[in-house]
Ligand binder design. Structure first.
Ligand code: GLU
Length: 333
C-alpha cells in the first residue's frame, strides 16, 4: 500500500477531531482502590491506530506511560496456551463470560472450582500461576520477554504501583488462596500473586497498546518489528476470549455496540483488535462504573461506526478505511 504524506494527515485529522470531541468530557472517575492510580491526570487522552504494514496514526497523549493492568491478562493467557496447550489450560481456566465484576470471587466455590475465564482476576491469577520457569526470576524474565515481543522495545515495571497493589490486594490474595485450596493454583501462592501484580504494573503507552493489538490482528507477528510474539495456533483462542470477556461486565454491550475483540484495564487503557486490518490503542484514565475508560469506549465506538470496523458489520460504512489510509477517500465527514 503506497502512503502519501496527505494520507497521514487525513487519518490523523480524523483522530484529532475525535480527540477534541471527547477530551472535554468530564465523566468517569480515576481508579482509587490501587492508591497509586489515583495520581493520574484525568485530562489525558491518547488515540493510536497501527496498521498491519506497521504504520502508526496517532494523536494526543500517546507517549504517556501508564500501567497496563488487566490488559496484561490477554497476553499472559497466550503465553500459558503456549506453555500448556489448549486442553490442559481449559482444565484450569474456562472461557465462559460471567457478567460479574472483574474481582468477583462468588462463582469460585461452585461446580468445577475452575475460574470462569482468564479475563477476570481469579482466572488471570490462576493463569499466571501456570507460567513455566525454574524460579520466580525466570518466570518474570520470560513474561517480560513475551511483552517485549508484542511491544517491540524493552519494558519496565512501575515499582510504586507494584508495591501499592501488593500492599492492598487482599481480595486478590483471598481468591488465590481459595483457588489453591481447590488445586486450581499450584506452587507458591505468594509468588504467583507477586508475578500477577508485576504483570499488572507493566508500563505501556497508548502507542504500545495499538502495536500489541496489531500484532494479534496480524496473526501473532508484530507488524513493526516482524517478530513473532504468539504461536499462530493460539491467536484465535486469545482473540475469542477478548471478544467474549475482555471489557469486564460490559463485554456483551461492547460487542453489540463496538464489535471489536478488546481488553481494558483500570489504568485507563484499551487495546482493540480489528482482525486482519489493524490495532487500536486508547488511553484516558477516568473510568466508568464498570472499570472501562469512559473516553476510550466512546473513541472506539466512533471508529467502529464511522469506518464499519464492527466485526459483524455487513453494511457499507460511511467511510472506507482503505481509501482513508491511502488518501483517496471522499473529503466530507
Ligand atoms: N491489578 C488489578 C487488580 O487485580 C487489575 C485490575 C484491572 O485492570 O481490572 O485488581
Amino acid at each position: 500500500m503506497f502512503l502519501t504524506g496527505a494520507a497521514v494527515t487525513r487519518v490523523e485529522e480524523f483522530l484529532q477531531a475525535l480527540h477534541d470531541r471527547y477530551q472535554s468530557l468530564r465523566d468517569g472517575q480515576l481508579a482509587s482502590y490501587i492508591p497509586e492510580l489515583a495520581k493520574a491526570n484525568p485530562d489525558w487522552l491518547g488515540i493510536s491506530v497501527v496498521t498491519l504494514d506497521g504504520r502508526s496514526f496517532e494523536v494526543g497523549d500517546i507517549a504517556q506511560k501508564f500501567t497496563i493492568q488487566s490488559i496484561s491478562k490477554v497476553f499472559v493467557y497466550g503465553m500459558a496456551l503456549e506453555d500448556h496447550g489448549r486442553e490442559a489450560l481449559l482444565k484450569k481456566v474456562g472461557v465462559e463470560p460471567t457478567g460479574d465484576p472483574f474481582n468477583s470471587l462468588i462463582r469460585l466455590d461452585m461446580d468445577s472450582k475452575r475460574p470462569d475465564n482468564p479475563m477476570i482476576n481469579a482466572g488471570a491469577i490462576a493463569t499466571t500461576s501456570l507460567l513455566k520457569g525454574q524460579n520466580p526470576t525466570e518466570r518474570l524474565n520470560r513474561m517480560l520477554a513475551m511483552f517485549e515481543r508484542y511491544i517491540g522495545h524493552e519494558v519496565f515495571i512501575d515499582v510504586p504501583v507494584f508495591m501499592s497493589e501488593r500492599a492492598t490486594g487482599h481480595r486478590n490474595r483471598a481468591m488465590a488462596h481459595l483457588m489453591f485450596n481447590f488445586g486450581m493454583v499450584t506452587g507458591d501462592v505468594d509468588e504467583a500473586l507477586d508475578l500477577y501484580f508485576q504483570q499488572c504494573s507493566l508500563l505501556v503507552t497508548g502507542h504500545d497498546l495499538a502495536v500489541m493489538a496489531a500484532t494479534l490482528a496480524n496473526g501473532g507477528i508484530n507488524p513493526v518489528t516482524g517478530e513473532r510474539a504468539l504461536d499462530e495456533h493460539y491467536v484465535q483462542d486469545v482473540i475469542s476470549v477478548m471478544l467474549t470477556c475482555g471489557m469486564y461486565d460490559y463485554s456483551g454491550e461492547w460487542t453489540y455496540r463496538v464489535g471489536m475483540p478488546a481488553k481494558s484495564g483500570v489504568g485507563g487503557g484499551i487495546t482493540a483488535v480489528v482482525p486482519g486490518k489493524l490495532g487500536i490503542g486508547t488511553f484516558s484514565p477516568p473510568l466508568d462504573a464498570k472499570g472501562n475508560s469512559y473516553r476510550g469506549i466512546r473513541v472506539c465506538e466512533s471508529l467502529a461506526r464511522d469506518f464499519g470496523l464492527h466485526l459483524f458489520n455487513v453494511a457499507k460504512a460511511d467511510r472506507d478505511l482503505e481509501e482513508w489510509l491511502t488518501g483517496s477517500g471522499a473529503d466530507s465527514w
